[in-house]
Design a binder for this molecule. Structure first.
Ligand code: SF4
Ligand code: SF4
Length: 354
Protein backbone atom coordinates (compact mmCIF):
# COMPACT_ATOMS: atom_id res chain seq x y z
CA UNK A 1 0.00 0.00 0.00
CA UNK A 2 1.34 3.44 -0.90
CA UNK A 3 2.00 6.03 1.82
CA UNK A 4 -0.70 8.38 0.54
CA UNK A 5 -3.48 5.78 0.71
CA UNK A 6 -2.28 4.53 4.10
CA UNK A 7 -2.53 8.10 5.41
CA UNK A 8 -6.06 8.28 4.05
CA UNK A 9 -7.05 5.06 5.82
CA UNK A 10 -5.61 6.40 9.09
CA UNK A 11 -7.58 9.63 8.69
CA UNK A 12 -10.87 7.70 8.80
CA UNK A 13 -12.39 8.19 12.24
CA UNK A 14 -15.30 5.81 11.49
CA UNK A 15 -17.88 8.55 11.93
CA UNK A 16 -20.17 6.99 9.32
CA UNK A 17 -21.07 10.26 7.58
CA UNK A 18 -20.34 8.49 4.30
CA UNK A 19 -22.92 5.77 5.03
CA UNK A 20 -25.71 8.27 4.50
CA UNK A 21 -24.52 9.09 0.95
CA UNK A 22 -22.96 5.91 -0.46
CA UNK A 23 -25.39 4.69 -3.15
CA UNK A 24 -24.11 1.12 -2.93
CA UNK A 25 -24.74 0.98 0.84
CA UNK A 26 -28.17 2.48 0.26
CA UNK A 27 -28.95 -0.47 -2.01
CA UNK A 28 -27.37 -3.35 -0.08
CA UNK A 29 -27.47 -2.12 3.52
CA UNK A 30 -24.44 -4.10 4.71
CA UNK A 31 -21.65 -2.34 6.56
CA UNK A 32 -19.03 -4.12 4.44
CA UNK A 33 -20.57 -2.46 1.33
CA UNK A 34 -20.53 1.01 2.87
CA UNK A 35 -17.62 3.38 2.45
CA UNK A 36 -16.73 3.04 6.13
CA UNK A 37 -16.84 -0.76 5.92
CA UNK A 38 -14.61 -0.74 2.86
CA UNK A 39 -12.16 1.57 4.63
CA UNK A 40 -11.95 -0.95 7.49
CA UNK A 41 -11.42 -3.77 4.99
CA UNK A 42 -8.71 -1.70 3.31
CA UNK A 43 -7.03 -1.25 6.70
CA UNK A 44 -7.20 -5.01 7.23
CA UNK A 45 -5.64 -5.69 3.85
CA UNK A 46 -2.86 -3.19 4.57
CA UNK A 47 -2.17 -5.22 7.74
CA UNK A 48 -2.00 -8.53 5.90
CA UNK A 49 -5.61 -9.77 5.82
CA UNK A 50 -6.11 -12.46 3.15
CA UNK A 51 -8.14 -11.65 0.06
CA UNK A 52 -11.11 -13.83 -0.75
CA UNK A 53 -13.99 -13.48 -3.19
CA UNK A 54 -16.34 -11.71 -0.77
CA UNK A 55 -13.67 -9.14 0.12
CA UNK A 56 -12.85 -8.57 -3.53
CA UNK A 57 -16.56 -7.94 -4.24
CA UNK A 58 -16.83 -5.40 -1.39
CA UNK A 59 -13.88 -3.45 -2.78
CA UNK A 60 -14.96 -3.72 -6.42
CA UNK A 61 -18.63 -2.81 -5.89
CA UNK A 62 -17.88 0.92 -5.67
CA UNK A 63 -18.56 3.25 -8.58
CA UNK A 64 -15.79 5.65 -7.45
CA UNK A 65 -18.50 8.34 -7.49
CA UNK A 66 -16.65 10.32 -4.81
CA UNK A 67 -19.64 11.59 -2.85
CA UNK A 68 -18.17 9.96 0.28
CA UNK A 69 -14.98 11.97 -0.24
CA UNK A 70 -17.05 15.12 -0.74
CA UNK A 71 -18.80 14.60 2.61
CA UNK A 72 -15.94 13.15 4.70
CA UNK A 73 -15.19 15.51 7.61
CA UNK A 74 -11.77 13.93 8.16
CA UNK A 75 -10.48 14.55 4.61
CA UNK A 76 -10.08 10.86 3.74
CA UNK A 77 -10.02 9.90 0.04
CA UNK A 78 -11.91 6.59 -0.09
CA UNK A 79 -12.11 6.09 -3.90
CA UNK A 80 -8.35 6.59 -4.14
CA UNK A 81 -7.84 3.94 -1.42
CA UNK A 82 -10.18 1.48 -3.11
CA UNK A 83 -8.49 1.90 -6.48
CA UNK A 84 -5.14 1.17 -4.82
CA UNK A 85 -6.56 -1.97 -3.18
CA UNK A 86 -7.98 -3.02 -6.55
CA UNK A 87 -4.47 -2.72 -7.95
CA UNK A 88 -3.23 -5.05 -5.21
CA UNK A 89 -6.07 -7.45 -5.99
CA UNK A 90 -5.03 -7.52 -9.65
CA UNK A 91 -1.34 -7.96 -8.74
CA UNK A 92 -2.15 -10.82 -6.38
CA UNK A 93 -4.09 -12.72 -9.03
CA UNK A 94 -7.37 -12.55 -7.06
CA UNK A 95 -9.00 -10.29 -9.69
CA UNK A 96 -12.52 -10.86 -10.97
CA UNK A 97 -13.43 -11.87 -14.53
CA UNK A 98 -14.57 -8.28 -15.13
CA UNK A 99 -11.20 -6.82 -14.15
CA UNK A 100 -9.40 -9.37 -16.32
CA UNK A 101 -11.66 -8.89 -19.35
CA UNK A 102 -11.54 -5.10 -19.22
CA UNK A 103 -7.74 -5.21 -19.21
CA UNK A 104 -7.31 -7.92 -21.82
CA UNK A 105 -9.87 -6.45 -24.23
CA UNK A 106 -8.48 -2.95 -23.92
CA UNK A 107 -4.86 -3.96 -24.35
CA UNK A 108 -5.60 -6.17 -27.35
CA UNK A 109 -8.08 -3.99 -29.29
CA UNK A 110 -7.55 -0.52 -27.81
CA UNK A 111 -11.07 -0.37 -26.34
CA UNK A 112 -12.85 -2.13 -23.45
CA UNK A 113 -15.80 -3.22 -25.59
CA UNK A 114 -13.44 -5.38 -27.69
CA UNK A 115 -14.54 -3.66 -30.92
CA UNK A 116 -12.26 -4.61 -33.78
CA UNK A 117 -13.44 -2.18 -36.49
CA UNK A 118 -11.85 1.13 -37.39
CA UNK A 119 -11.89 3.68 -34.59
CA UNK A 120 -12.28 6.44 -37.14
CA UNK A 121 -15.46 4.93 -38.62
CA UNK A 122 -17.41 7.94 -37.32
CA UNK A 123 -15.84 10.10 -40.02
CA UNK A 124 -18.10 8.27 -42.53
CA UNK A 125 -16.46 9.72 -45.59
CA UNK A 126 -12.83 10.35 -46.44
CA UNK A 127 -11.91 13.68 -44.96
CA UNK A 128 -8.58 15.31 -44.53
CA UNK A 129 -7.58 15.18 -40.91
CA UNK A 130 -4.71 17.62 -40.39
CA UNK A 131 -1.44 15.98 -39.26
CA UNK A 132 -0.66 18.99 -37.06
CA UNK A 133 -2.94 21.28 -35.06
CA UNK A 134 -2.88 23.31 -31.88
CA UNK A 135 -5.76 21.26 -30.42
CA UNK A 136 -6.43 17.54 -30.42
CA UNK A 137 -9.98 16.31 -29.93
CA UNK A 138 -9.72 13.09 -27.87
CA UNK A 139 -12.79 11.10 -28.97
CA UNK A 140 -12.84 8.18 -26.50
CA UNK A 141 -14.00 4.57 -26.93
CA UNK A 142 -17.76 4.90 -26.45
CA UNK A 143 -17.86 7.95 -28.69
CA UNK A 144 -15.84 6.22 -31.42
CA UNK A 145 -17.96 3.08 -31.52
CA UNK A 146 -21.36 3.79 -29.91
CA UNK A 147 -22.08 7.50 -30.42
CA UNK A 148 -20.60 8.18 -33.82
CA UNK A 149 -23.30 10.70 -34.77
CA UNK A 150 -22.54 12.80 -31.68
CA UNK A 151 -18.80 12.60 -32.31
CA UNK A 152 -19.19 13.69 -35.94
CA UNK A 153 -21.33 16.67 -34.88
CA UNK A 154 -18.76 17.54 -32.22
CA UNK A 155 -15.93 17.45 -34.71
CA UNK A 156 -17.90 19.58 -37.17
CA UNK A 157 -18.62 22.12 -34.43
CA UNK A 158 -15.00 22.49 -33.32
CA UNK A 159 -13.03 21.81 -36.50
CA UNK A 160 -12.81 25.53 -37.28
CA UNK A 161 -10.75 26.02 -34.08
CA UNK A 162 -7.48 24.47 -35.34
CA UNK A 163 -8.46 20.95 -34.22
CA UNK A 164 -7.40 17.49 -35.32
CA UNK A 165 -7.90 13.95 -33.99
CA UNK A 166 -5.29 11.25 -33.39
CA UNK A 167 -4.89 8.90 -36.36
CA UNK A 168 -4.43 5.92 -34.04
CA UNK A 169 -6.11 6.89 -30.77
CA UNK A 170 -6.52 4.08 -28.22
CA UNK A 171 -8.47 3.98 -24.93
CA UNK A 172 -7.36 6.73 -22.52
CA UNK A 173 -6.86 4.06 -19.83
CA UNK A 174 -9.79 4.95 -17.58
CA UNK A 175 -11.48 1.52 -17.39
CA UNK A 176 -8.14 -0.05 -16.43
CA UNK A 177 -7.13 2.55 -13.90
CA UNK A 178 -10.53 2.60 -12.21
CA UNK A 179 -10.48 -1.19 -11.83
CA UNK A 180 -6.88 -1.60 -10.65
CA UNK A 181 -4.86 -2.38 -13.80
CA UNK A 182 -1.93 -0.48 -15.31
CA UNK A 183 -2.56 1.77 -18.29
CA UNK A 184 1.02 2.90 -19.00
CA UNK A 185 1.15 1.28 -22.42
CA UNK A 186 -2.04 3.05 -23.59
CA UNK A 187 -0.98 6.38 -22.11
CA UNK A 188 2.43 6.27 -23.85
CA UNK A 189 0.81 5.36 -27.17
CA UNK A 190 -1.57 8.35 -27.02
CA UNK A 191 1.01 10.82 -25.70
CA UNK A 192 3.45 10.00 -28.53
CA UNK A 193 0.78 10.96 -31.07
CA UNK A 194 -0.34 14.08 -29.20
CA UNK A 195 3.25 15.34 -29.19
CA UNK A 196 3.78 14.43 -32.85
CA UNK A 197 0.67 16.48 -33.70
CA UNK A 198 2.30 19.51 -32.06
CA UNK A 199 -0.78 20.08 -29.90
CA UNK A 200 -0.75 22.52 -27.01
CA UNK A 201 -4.24 21.47 -25.84
CA UNK A 202 -6.22 18.22 -25.65
CA UNK A 203 -10.01 18.56 -25.76
CA UNK A 204 -11.90 15.68 -24.15
CA UNK A 205 -15.65 15.20 -24.50
CA UNK A 206 -16.05 12.16 -22.21
CA UNK A 207 -15.95 12.78 -18.44
CA UNK A 208 -13.93 9.61 -17.79
CA UNK A 209 -11.37 10.43 -20.51
CA UNK A 210 -11.07 14.00 -19.22
CA UNK A 211 -10.44 12.81 -15.68
CA UNK A 212 -7.62 10.50 -16.76
CA UNK A 213 -6.05 12.84 -19.34
CA UNK A 214 -6.06 15.69 -16.84
CA UNK A 215 -4.85 13.83 -13.76
CA UNK A 216 -2.90 10.80 -14.94
CA UNK A 217 -1.21 11.80 -18.19
CA UNK A 218 2.15 13.58 -18.09
CA UNK A 219 1.37 17.27 -17.58
CA UNK A 220 3.17 18.51 -20.70
CA UNK A 221 -0.02 19.22 -22.63
CA UNK A 222 -2.98 21.27 -21.35
CA UNK A 223 -6.23 19.32 -21.04
CA UNK A 224 -9.68 20.93 -21.21
CA UNK A 225 -13.15 19.48 -21.22
CA UNK A 226 -15.13 20.33 -24.33
CA UNK A 227 -17.68 22.26 -22.27
CA UNK A 228 -14.90 24.55 -20.95
CA UNK A 229 -13.55 24.99 -24.47
CA UNK A 230 -16.97 25.82 -25.94
CA UNK A 231 -18.01 28.04 -23.02
CA UNK A 232 -14.86 30.11 -23.69
CA UNK A 233 -15.84 30.35 -27.37
CA UNK A 234 -19.61 30.72 -26.89
CA UNK A 235 -19.87 33.98 -28.84
CA UNK A 236 -18.37 32.29 -31.93
CA UNK A 237 -20.82 29.38 -32.01
CA UNK A 238 -23.84 31.24 -33.45
CA UNK A 239 -26.43 29.39 -31.37
CA UNK A 240 -30.15 30.02 -31.44
CA UNK A 241 -32.57 29.51 -28.54
CA UNK A 242 -34.69 26.37 -28.51
CA UNK A 243 -38.18 26.29 -27.05
CA UNK A 244 -37.48 23.30 -24.80
CA UNK A 245 -36.70 22.46 -21.15
CA UNK A 246 -33.89 20.11 -20.21
CA UNK A 247 -32.27 18.80 -17.08
CA UNK A 248 -28.55 18.14 -16.61
CA UNK A 249 -26.87 15.09 -15.08
CA UNK A 250 -23.44 15.92 -13.57
CA UNK A 251 -21.06 13.04 -14.38
CA UNK A 252 -19.16 12.19 -11.15
CA UNK A 253 -15.77 12.29 -12.83
CA UNK A 254 -16.42 15.69 -14.38
CA UNK A 255 -18.27 17.38 -11.53
CA UNK A 256 -17.18 16.15 -8.11
CA UNK A 257 -13.78 14.88 -9.26
CA UNK A 258 -12.79 17.93 -11.32
CA UNK A 259 -15.21 20.69 -10.23
CA UNK A 260 -16.59 21.31 -13.72
CA UNK A 261 -20.12 22.39 -12.86
CA UNK A 262 -20.51 25.82 -14.44
CA UNK A 263 -19.38 25.38 -18.06
CA UNK A 264 -22.07 22.81 -19.00
CA UNK A 265 -24.74 24.94 -17.31
CA UNK A 266 -23.54 28.07 -19.11
CA UNK A 267 -23.86 26.30 -22.48
CA UNK A 268 -27.28 24.80 -21.71
CA UNK A 269 -28.66 28.09 -20.41
CA UNK A 270 -27.46 29.82 -23.60
CA UNK A 271 -29.80 27.69 -25.72
CA UNK A 272 -32.76 26.62 -23.54
CA UNK A 273 -34.32 26.40 -20.08
CA UNK A 274 -32.45 24.32 -17.48
CA UNK A 275 -34.41 22.62 -14.69
CA UNK A 276 -32.13 21.01 -12.12
CA UNK A 277 -32.51 17.42 -10.96
CA UNK A 278 -33.36 16.69 -7.32
CA UNK A 279 -29.64 16.37 -6.53
CA UNK A 280 -27.07 18.27 -8.58
CA UNK A 281 -23.57 19.73 -8.74
CA UNK A 282 -21.42 18.31 -5.89
CA UNK A 283 -24.43 16.50 -4.41
CA UNK A 284 -25.47 14.81 -7.66
CA UNK A 285 -26.45 11.17 -7.39
CA UNK A 286 -24.23 8.75 -9.32
CA UNK A 287 -25.72 7.11 -12.45
CA UNK A 288 -24.32 3.75 -11.30
CA UNK A 289 -22.05 3.07 -14.25
CA UNK A 290 -18.51 3.89 -13.12
CA UNK A 291 -15.67 1.99 -11.49
CA UNK A 292 -16.45 -1.23 -13.38
CA UNK A 293 -19.80 -1.61 -11.57
CA UNK A 294 -21.93 -1.61 -14.73
CA UNK A 295 -19.96 -4.52 -16.15
CA UNK A 296 -19.20 -6.36 -12.92
CA UNK A 297 -22.47 -5.93 -10.97
CA UNK A 298 -25.17 -5.11 -13.55
CA UNK A 299 -28.16 -5.55 -11.22
CA UNK A 300 -26.64 -3.23 -8.65
CA UNK A 301 -25.74 -0.73 -11.36
CA UNK A 302 -29.30 -0.84 -12.68
CA UNK A 303 -30.75 -0.10 -9.22
CA UNK A 304 -28.54 3.01 -8.98
CA UNK A 305 -29.50 4.15 -12.48
CA UNK A 306 -33.21 3.79 -11.75
CA UNK A 307 -32.81 5.98 -8.66
CA UNK A 308 -30.97 8.60 -10.69
CA UNK A 309 -33.54 8.80 -13.48
CA UNK A 310 -36.29 9.03 -10.83
CA UNK A 311 -34.76 12.42 -9.92
CA UNK A 312 -35.59 13.94 -13.31
CA UNK A 313 -37.96 16.89 -12.83
CA UNK A 314 -41.40 17.01 -14.45
CA UNK A 315 -41.82 18.65 -17.85
CA UNK A 316 -38.36 18.25 -19.36
CA UNK A 317 -37.78 17.23 -22.96
CA UNK A 318 -34.30 15.76 -22.49
CA UNK A 319 -31.77 14.64 -19.91
CA UNK A 320 -28.49 16.20 -21.02
CA UNK A 321 -25.11 14.91 -19.93
CA UNK A 322 -21.45 15.07 -20.93
CA UNK A 323 -20.40 11.46 -20.46
CA UNK A 324 -21.18 8.62 -22.87
CA UNK A 325 -21.13 6.05 -20.06
CA UNK A 326 -23.72 8.01 -18.02
CA UNK A 327 -25.73 8.37 -21.23
CA UNK A 328 -25.60 4.63 -21.97
CA UNK A 329 -26.62 3.81 -18.44
CA UNK A 330 -29.50 6.26 -18.17
CA UNK A 331 -30.97 5.74 -21.63
CA UNK A 332 -31.56 2.08 -20.77
CA UNK A 333 -34.00 2.98 -18.00
CA UNK A 334 -35.28 6.50 -18.66
CA UNK A 335 -38.58 7.46 -20.26
CA UNK A 336 -37.09 10.88 -21.02
CA UNK A 337 -34.58 10.76 -23.92
CA UNK A 338 -30.94 11.18 -22.92
CA UNK A 339 -28.65 13.24 -25.14
CA UNK A 340 -25.13 14.60 -25.04
CA UNK A 341 -24.69 18.32 -24.51
CA UNK A 342 -23.09 18.45 -27.96
CA UNK A 343 -26.31 17.06 -29.48
CA UNK A 344 -28.20 19.89 -27.78
CA UNK A 345 -25.82 22.52 -29.13
CA UNK A 346 -26.10 21.06 -32.61
CA UNK A 347 -29.89 21.28 -32.40
CA UNK A 348 -29.52 24.96 -31.54
CA UNK A 349 -27.25 25.46 -34.53
CA UNK A 350 -29.70 23.71 -36.81
CA UNK A 351 -32.45 26.18 -35.94
CA UNK A 352 -30.05 28.90 -36.96
CA UNK A 353 -29.50 27.30 -40.38
CA UNK A 354 -33.18 26.63 -41.16
S1 SF4 B 1 -16.97 9.98 6.44
FE1 SF4 B 1 -14.72 9.80 6.29
S2 SF4 B 1 -14.01 9.58 8.41
FE2 SF4 B 1 -16.23 9.20 8.46
S3 SF4 B 1 -16.37 6.93 8.24
FE3 SF4 B 1 -16.53 7.79 6.16
S4 SF4 B 1 -14.42 7.75 5.36
FE4 SF4 B 1 -14.30 7.50 7.61
S1 SF4 C 1 -17.10 6.36 -4.13
FE1 SF4 C 1 -19.37 6.30 -4.14
S2 SF4 C 1 -19.89 4.11 -4.32
FE2 SF4 C 1 -17.71 4.23 -3.71
S3 SF4 C 1 -17.72 4.11 -1.47
FE3 SF4 C 1 -17.76 6.31 -2.00
S4 SF4 C 1 -19.96 6.85 -2.03
FE4 SF4 C 1 -19.83 4.59 -2.11
Amino acid sequence: MEEEQLRSILKCVRCGTCRSVCPIFEELGWESYSTRGRMMIAKGISEGMDLDESIVDCINACTTCGICEEMCPAGALPPDVFERIRHEIVESGAETKTQQELRENTLSTGNPMNEKGSRLGWLREIRDIPDHAGNVYFVGCLGSYRYQETVLKTYDLISEFDVTVLADEVCCGSPLLRTGSDAGELIEHNVRQMEAAGAHTIIASCAGCYNVLKNEYPGRIRVVHITEFLAENLDKLELDRLDINVTYHDPCHLGRANRIFDAPRKLISAVCELKEMKTYRENARCCGGGGGVRKGYPELSRALTEKRVAEVPEGVDYIVTCCPLCRTNMESFSKVPVIDLLDLLTMARKVDKE
